[in-house]
Design a protein around this ligand. Structure first.
Ligand code: ADP
Length: 265
């Protein structure tokens, strides 16, 4: 293991299974005495060679509100990705399991956390491509961190990459749905939907509608309505994120400033 991102298997102790993801099973583990999450990558689930190149980039993007990738073990199959461990798991599940218990202050704090991570990615010219509450994790002290950045590019399942059942239409901007045109501004659209998820306590957006119906209503100019628990100024930011033209949407830097100033009041 000469490469800097290659971790020694012998330093890794695998524990119980945490869940199952896009690429394979996820385990908790210990690495140099630190709790970690280990993602195993099924060979047929990912284009490995391309991914290994990109993982070097992913290890360089480092921010306190991004889930850290410590490194990987690529010498065996399935290969392992070793991540920072977050005690409270997936944000969607967290919101659903604590309905009625998450204060408005915490909800706003969660949006600020994600906007900090995204402002950093934006300034690094790194597009997430699949920002959603299911791709965020919650720490023991309720800090939300963004995970799985850039990973969809390596999914080999064509159900996910084409516009079929697994494509995240409900988080996608019109230009992504129409032309596959990803940018930081398409991430901003997704962030608006993520804020909606936070204030809706983990509900599925447009829960009674099929993907085709969602596309139709977006084309007609309709948008998600204000969650009951959402303050008006936060809903205005969501609507700003859902402007038809990418250039009419705010940057993450601006969103971060707006959200942080709401949090100060
Ligand atoms: P994928 O994004 O590849 O589909 P997930 O990230 O959803 O896989 O992982 C499956 C489950 O494993 C999650 O729902 C979460 O509960 C758990 N998990 C994943 N990463 C971590 C982590 N870093 N810390 C704690 N739990 C995690």
């Amino acid at each position: 293991a000469s490469e800097e991102w290659e971790l020694d298997m012998e330093d890794l102790i695998l524990g119980g299974e945490l869940g199952s993801g896009q690429f394979g099973r996820v385990f908790e583990g210990l690495w140099h005495g630190e709790k970690v999450a280990v993602k195993t990558i099924r060979e047929e689930a990912m284009s490995e060679e391309e991914f290994k190149e990109e993982a070097k980039v992913m290890m360089k993007v480092s921010h306190p509100k991004l889930v850290r990738l410590y490194g990987m073990c690529t010498q065996q199959s399935p290969m392992y990705l070793v991540f920072e461990f977050l005690e409270n798991g997936c944000l969607t599940e967290f919101l659903r399991s604590r309905k009625g218990c998450v204060s408005q202050e915490t909800q706003l704090g969660m949006c600020v956390d994600v906007s900090e991570a995204m402002a950093y990615l934006e300034s690094s010219n790194f597009i997430h491509r699949d920002l959603a509450a299911r791709n965020c994790l919650v720490s023991g002290d309720l800090v939300v961190k963004v995970s799985d950045f850039g990973m969809t590019r390596f999914v080999l399942d064509d159900q996910y990459t084409s516009y079929t059942s697994k494509f995240p239409v409900k988080w996608s901007s019109p230009e992504v749905i129409r032309y596959n045109k990803f940018s930081s501004k398409s991430d901003v659209w997704s962030f608006g939907v993520l804020m909606w998820e936070v204030y809706s306590e983990g509900r599925l957006p447009y829960d009674c509608r099929s993907n085709a119906e969602v596309v139709e209503s977006l084309n007609a100019g309709l948008r998600l309505s204000k969650p009951r628990l959402c303050p008006e100024p936060v809903y205005q930011l969501m609507q700003w994120c859902w402007k038809e033209k990418p250039e009419d949407r705010p940057s993450f830097l601006l969103l971060l400033h707006e959200l942080a100033s709401l949090a100060d009041h």
